[in-house]
Design a binder for this molecule. Structure first.
Ligand code: C5P
Length: 232
């Protein structure tokens, strides 16, 4: 394995409006701890991770520090930055604080079921390929719809994958990709898309269906079930 300092960015500044809760979903409790506690635990436990920067809404920075970081003894969390209006902006706010990093892993706060082995595979792969995204092939049939009521057409799914996080990059590459996107006012829903538009190849690592993004209220039920199984 190549050497290099690995920094982790956890965007956690979403409002969670789809969750019908005022409190953002990453702070909702799951078996006695907020969701983000489990997410941070994965990175805290991995020996290759040097430090973590979390982006949260400005009015939750103190809460995050007291109730999550201190309580969980997450000593790899170097800084809690204020997030931005979009996920991309939140990641950027953390990225500019990353000092002496060779590699960056970005992982959504609301994906607590990342296994140590998938994280390890991501780290190994980024050191070989410079840019990597975790994803799984699509099994459902995908259709383009109009007005939420009418099917326009069916899309061929052979080449379609659902992309998750973690996504990992060399520090210089992702910094350049974010800066280019900002200059050109491009807004992507993930970090890999910013690297793709630079013409750079992003390598795929097969993820896990259990690495769910807790977005909708129903996802909390799934999360509880995964917790019960206790093995992801
Ligand atoms: O639902 P969405 O894909 O936007 O959220 C993915 C992650 O990005 C969540 O962990 C959320 O908290 C974070 N996010 C953020 N800043 C925003 C919007 C979302 O850090 N402005």
């Amino acid at each position: 394995m190549k050497k290099g300092r690995i920094g982790v960015i956890i965007p956690a500044a979403g409002r969670g409006t789809r969750m019908n809760h005022y409190f953002p979903k990453q702070f909702l409790p799951l078996k006695g701890h907020p969701i983000i506690y489990y997410t941070l635990s994965v990175f805290q436990a991995h020996e290759a991770v040097a430090e973590i920067i979390v982006a949260v809404e400005e009015d939750l920075q103190a809460y995050m520090e007291e109730n999550v970081v201190k309580r969980g003894s997450f000593d790899k969390v170097k800084e809690i930055v204020a997030g931005g209006k979009s996920r991309q902006e939140s990641v950027y706010h953390a990225l500019v604080k990353g000092k002496g990093w060779d590699w960056v892993i970005v992982h959504d706060a609301v994906r607590p079921f990342l296994s140590q082995s998938l994280l390890g595979k991501t780290i190994e792969t980024v050191q070989e390929h410079e840019a990597v995204a975790v994803g799984i092939p699509l099994h459902d049939t995908l259709k383009e719809v109009a007005g939420q009521t009418t099917i326009v057409k069916t899309l061929p799914r052979d080449h379609l994958w659902m992309i998750q996080t973690p996504q990992a990059f060399s520090f210089s590459l992702i910094k350049e990709a974010h800066e280019k996107a900002r200059r050109e006012e491009f807004e992507g829903t993930d970090d890999a898309s910013l690297v793709e538009r630079m013409g750079k190849e992003v390598y795929l690592v097969r993820g896990s269906p259990l690495n769910i993004k807790i977005t909708m209220p129903e996802d909390l039920l799934l999360a509880q079930a995964i917790m019960e199984i206790g093995d992801w």
